[in-house]
Design a protein around this ligand. Structure first.
Ligand code: F6P
Length: 341
């Protein structure tokens, strides 16, 4: 059997670990052949490939990014896109696909499965917002990067008596903000799931200064003021129709300065959270996802996504994994609130 492997959407530390595990077990245990599709769904759409075997996947376990490249190409937004994919798979003798991606990439996989394409999904996103899996790989790495930044910002904030705001990724889900804010001892955490009141944030800022500490506020890029709108970068959309985000941190710094008279500055962590080597946790999770994905394919369990449930790797229908996002439960947010101010 011959498999095509692709990685789509925003990249994420651990993608290469999945590719390596899929290929290693597929070749050694099942005698399968692989072909790498380049740049997400653009690969099968345009026939862009690279060789994928044990030799080409050696040494990539700790490497960030993806050796296959990625894109946000959506074949369902392209005229004849799905037919083109089918034709290319046939031409290249590809029997089935392993698609590694987040809500958008796996959303495409879900629709292709419904159209009879054999596909297994592997959940990937630093945002940790895919449904039906306890964790996605990449999240742990992103949180650790954000925590290191927060630790560093504490000391400079205190030296200069400033409020420092850290803007982290998280469009619809505040997992990175919540975990990094808790681990980094933030004075306030703002997430998309719980609209915030600027006056309340200013109270936390003032209270922190009265305790002779400097406030650190962690804000997810998708956090929304209760009486305002989501702050977007430049109003442009990606191929899946998502507005490009970033700017809430800057906006908040201006409001804090205006309302409290304290100096406030913002650090936007942006793509730093997605780059570089994965943590050991993410390497292990990504490797296990890869091993289980090729086994699911071997068993012909098409239309499934491998998932983490507790410490076990399970399989869930792609359709259920992509029907909604896994957002932060407000009760978890309330746990963190005790440390605010
Ligand atoms: O991977 C998801 C994500 O991290 C979102 O939180 C963020 O909005 C998006 O990627 C930004 O990605 P890009 O800049 O590549 O479009």
């Amino acid at each position: 059997m011959r498999f095509g492997v692709l990685t789509g959407g925003g990249d994420c530390p651990g993608l290469n670990a999945v590719i390596r595990a899929v290929v290693r077990k597929g070749v050694k245990e099942y005698g399968y052949e692989f072909i790498g599709f380049r740049d997400g769904w653009k690969g099968p759409l345009e026939g862009l490939t690279m060789p994928l075997d044990i030799a080409t996947t050696r040494g990539i376990l700790p490497r960030g990014g993806t050796i296959l490249g990625s894109s946000r190409t959506n074949p369902f937004k392209i005229d004849g896109g799905v037919e083109k994919i089918r034709e290319n798979l046939k031409k290249m003798g590809v029997d089935a696909l392993i698609a590694i991606g987040g809500e958008d990439t796996l959303g495409v996989a879900t629709k292709l499965d419904q159209l009879g394409v054999k596909v297994i999904g592997v959940p990937k996103t630093i945002d940790n917002d895919l449904n039906n899996t306890d964790y996605t790989f990449g999240f742990d790495t992103a949180v650790n990067i954000a925590v290191e930044a927060i630790d560093r910002l504490h000391t400079t904030a205190e030296s200069h008596h400033r409020a420092l705001i850290v803007e982290v990724m998280g469009r619809h889900a505040g997992w990175i903000a919540l975990h990094s804010g808790l681990a980094g001892g933030a004075s306030c955490i703002l997430i998309p799931e719980v609209p915030f009141h600027v006056d309340k944030v200013c109270e936390y800022v003032k209270s922190r200064f009265t305790q002779s500490y400097a406030p650190i506020i962690v804000v997810a890029e998708g956090a929304i003021p209760a009486d305002g709108d989501m702050v977007t970068k430049d109003g442009t959309l990606d191929a899946f129709g998502h507005a490009k985000l970033s700017g809430i941190g800057e906006w908040l710094a201006k409001e804090i300065e205006k309302r409290t008279g304290n100096e406030a500055r913002t650090s936007v962590l942006g793509h730093i959270q997605r780059g570089g080597t994965p943590t050991a946790f993410d390497r292990v999770l990504a490797t296990r996802f890869g091993l289980h994905a090729i086994t699911a394919a071997h068993e012909g369990d098409w239309g499934k996504m491998v998932a983490l449930s507790g410490t076990a790797i399970t399989r869930v229908p792609l359709a259920s994994a992509t029907e909604k996002l896994k957002t932060v439960d407000p009760s978890l947010y309330r746990e963190a609130e005790i440390f605010f101010g």
